[in-house]
Design a protein around this ligand. Structure first.
Ligand SMILES: [Zn+2]
Length: 257
């Protein structure tokens, strides 16, 4: 290629770039203002999931790393996961609640429930308000939720409920998306952040197996394929991966690599 044609091509390329840039809407300039926590500051982390087990399968190794560092973690489930769900059933008689309680004990986290019905998630203005009140009462520094491109309506629902609360709460907390049961549930997930879970994977595994009614032999094996692949990508034996919202504070993964 001679210099004239190269200049001509560069000129053409820059013209194309200018045209494209002008045609795009401006990116939102609003960036949340949040002070970097001091070393030793105790963080409040909420990991939301459509059902008991989702936070454990998607983020269990990361949860254990947070609690090992002395941070407080709440696993907030959209519903109790029972099928058919019976809202009047005494919590003390619920197998799924007992399993989630045991899983949270293993991870040193606390379970909480958003009060919806398994398989019948509602996303409307009343439920946006109810969910926001739950998050405001918890005062989180950081929230994890399902990546919204997901084949399960309950997963999509809690992702939307978290997102709307994040906007209404003026992006006060860091917002990260996680993957779970890729292919069956999560789709088109391209991570921006990785957490090495090599040291905490045994506790993640135990927490997932605490959900004994949910065929953990099948589902943990599938999830471990993902954490091994994310480990290959990030240079660890096993890793969990996340997508940070582009307008979220980015300093809340103390163990991110
Ligand atoms: Zn689920």
């Amino acid at each position: 290629m001679n210099s004239i044609s190269r200049r001509a091509m560069l000129g053409k390329a820059s013209l194309v770039g200018t045209t494209v840039a002008v045609g795009l809407p401006l990116a939102a300039a609003e960036t949340p203002v949040q002070q970097r926590p001091e070393v030793g500051t105790k963080l409040k982390v909420i990991v939301t999931g459509g059902h008991p087990g989702d936070p454990e399968y998607g983020c269990g190794g990361t949860i254990a790393r947070y609690t090992d560092l002395g941070h407080e973690v709440v696993l907030l489930y959209l519903n109790r996961g029972e099928w058919p769900e019976n809202p009047s059933l005494d919590d003390a008689k619920s197998v799924r609640i007992a399993e989630a309680k045991r899983a949270c004990e293993i991870l040193k986290a606390r379970p909480a429930y958003a009060g919806q019905i398994n398989g019948a998630a509602i996303v409307d203005s009343a439920h946006y308000e109810k969910f926001q009140r739950i998050l405001e009462a918890e005062k989180p520094n950081l929230v994890f939720t399902h990546w919204p491109i997901d084949n399960h309506a309950d997963h999509r629902a809690i992702s939307m409920l978290v997102y709307e609360s994040w906007l209404r709460m003026r992006k006060r907390f860091a917002l990260y998306y996680y993957e779970v049961s890729d292919g069956e549930d999560t789709l088109q997930f391209s991570p921006t952040h990785y957490v090495d879970i090599t040291s905490t994977e045994p506790r993640k595994r135990a927490a997932c197996y605490a959900h004994a009614s949910q065929t953990p032999d099948k589902y943990y094996g599938l999830q471990e394929m993902i954490t091994r692949m994310r480990g290959v990508e990030s240079g660890h034996k096993q890793a969990e991966s996340y997508i940070r919202h582009v307008q979220s504070p980015d300093f809340m993964l103390p163990m991110a690599s």
